[in-house]
Design a protein around this ligand. Structure first.
Ligand SMILES: [Zn+2]
Length: 137
């Protein structure tokens, strides 16, 4: 598999890092995410940790974006609190992001290797939910 690499959206990484630094508190909010909507807006969110399965920052961001009328996202990044830098999406988020935004780019990597890659490249041989809704249409 050849991973297609794009330059990272530095403004987006800075936005997520800012939210991680200024809005994450205690054990409930430890991760921040920022996404570039297709209209250029930046949407941000933090996770809502709970032992029953509280959503990651990426998932909170999907709802926050929709609440602002942003239904199409171009690029997303998550940054950890306490200066942990860019954190790649967990497996659940990779599946959700792929299903919602098949053309999404995800910023991954650390230091001078921070880059944007297609969500599909983070989930090879992926299950595509829409392909299995046989009664639809
Ligand atoms: Zn996740």
């Amino acid at each position: 598999m050849t991973t297609r690499v794009h330059p990272a959206d530095d403004e987006l990484v800075r936005a997520a890092a800012h939210v991680a630094r200024t809005r994450c508190r205690g054990d409930n909010h430890t991760m921040a995410a920022a996404a570039r909507a297709q209209d250029g807006r930046i949407i941000t969110a933090v996770n809502a940790y709970h032992f029953t399965g509280g959503p990651c920052a990426e998932l909170v961001l999907i709802g926050a974006a929709a609440a602002q009328g942003a239904y199409e996202l171009d690029t997303i990044v998550a940054v950890g609190d306490r200066d942990r830098g860019v954190v790649p999406p967990c497996g659940r988020c990779r599946q959700v992001l792929l299903d919602y935004f098949p053309a999404l780019k995800v910023i991954v990597g650390a230091g001078d290797r921070v880059r944007a890659v297609p969500i599909a490249d983070l989930l090879p041989e992926s299950y595509v939910w829409a392909d299995h809704q046989l009664d639809a249409g």
